[in-house]
Design a protein around this ligand. Structure first.
Ligand code: SF4
Length: 344
């Protein structure tokens, strides 16, 4: 008798423990199963309660009467047998997709860089090339440039912004005009230029003058007279460095605004840099892939841009005097200059 009572107590405890272990959904499902087995009628449950119930896989399926309204499996009317199945397009249209927000605004962690870096694309030239002598606008540019060039010359002659003012005889602002739209930019005045106040008048200057004359004789730009009066010749520095040494960075920094103002007034169609100092000043190193080790030889043979002007690089005439074999590549560069001038 005592053993029977203990057995009943153990069975009751197991039952209570099993029921305690069931989730809410399992309890409901178990209750439904029990009621179904016993043929009892269940009261309707609120839809929200049914919708939150997750019956276990082993539990019997929920009767249609307990399905939430709108649940297709039990609430939709049965399809007539004769009716053809509706085409897929006739189905309820999908809900419009919510507008996408940038991932960055949704994520608190910074976006990772792409595994493969995009190809570097240099910015396109947006400025049109300045007018040529054929466009009919060069005369107006020439007239408008004159007062600016005179003003720059006046300021350079009186300039004391760097130490070179103490050793110069005359400042050398520049010579020529904006008529053709071609500007040659050298490095700095030499001894002859310092005495006369005019750029490229020594031996190197004579070579440059003869090269410009050859461009005219060879008719590289038909219809455009090429000589010292119709092109503009200028240097990066307006005063001679002692012993013809190289310009120093702070001297270039102090003096270059004069050159920039001159170029802005001249609106050249083509700039020809004579030597590395002019090229390094006027070319953006980053945009043009230039480094400190870039040689002038590797800068040649390409056409760059400086604002509305095309820009080419060639050897300084003084270098041609020291290395006569450089005259041929310089002539090739001058032919390139003419070609770029003629191209739209
Ligand atoms: S080199 Fe240029 S900055 Fe220096 S004194 Fe001459 S004009 Fe002025």
């Amino acid at each position: 008798m005592r053993e029977e009572a203990a057995s009943i107590a153990r069975a009751t405890r197991r039952l209570l423990e099993r029921e305690r272990a069931l989730t809410g959904g399992e309890l409901v499902a178990a209750g439904i199963a029990t009621a179904t087995r016993k043929g009892l009628k269940l009261p309707e449950l609120p839809a929200i309660a049914v919708g939150t119930v997750a019956a276990p896989a082993s539990a019997p399926s929920v009767p249609a009467a307990l399905s939430a309204p709108g649940q297709a499996a039990s609430a939709a009317p049965a399809m007539p047998a004769f009716a053809p199945a509706p085409p897929a397009a006739a189905a309820a249209p999908p809900a419009p997709a919510a507008p996408r927000r940038p991932i960055a605004s949704l994520s608190k962690t910074p976006a990772k860089p792409p595994a493969i870096l995009p190809e570097v694309i240099l910015p396109a030239f947006t400025e049109p090339v300045n007018a040529s002598a054929f466009d009919g606008n060069r005369d107006a540019i020439h007239v408008a440039a004159l007062p600016v060039l005179e003003q720059v010359a006046s300021e350079a002659n009186a300039c004391t912004k760097c130490e070179l003012c103490k050793t110069r005889t005359k400042a050398v602002p520049g010579i020529g005009s904006a008529r053709s739209g071609i500007v040659f930019v050298g490095e700095a005045p030499g001894a002859d230029e310092d005495l006369r106040g005019e750029p490229f008048v020594g031996r190197a200057g004579e070579l440059l003058t003869s090269m410009i004359a050859a461009m005219h004789t060879k008719n590289l730009i038909p219809g455009v007279p090429l000589d010292r009066e119709n092109v503009y010749i200028v240097n990066v520095l307006k005063c001679r460095p002692p012993e013809n040494r190289n310009p120093l960075p702070h001297e270039i920094q102090q003096c270059s605004p004069y050159l920039i103002r001159q170029l802005e007034a001249l609106q050249p169609r083509v700039i020809c840099c004579l030597g590395k100092f002019a090229a390094e000043l006027l070319l953006d190193p980053k945009a043009n892939g230039l480094t400190k080790t870039t040689t002038l030889a590797s800068m040649r043979g390409k056409t760059y841009r400086w604002r509305g002007a095309k820009l080419i690089v060639t050897y300084h005439p003084a270098y041609c005097l020291r290395s006569p074999s450089a005259k041929r590549p310089v002539w090739e560069d001058l032919q390139r200059l003419a070609q770029e001038y003629l191209d739209v």
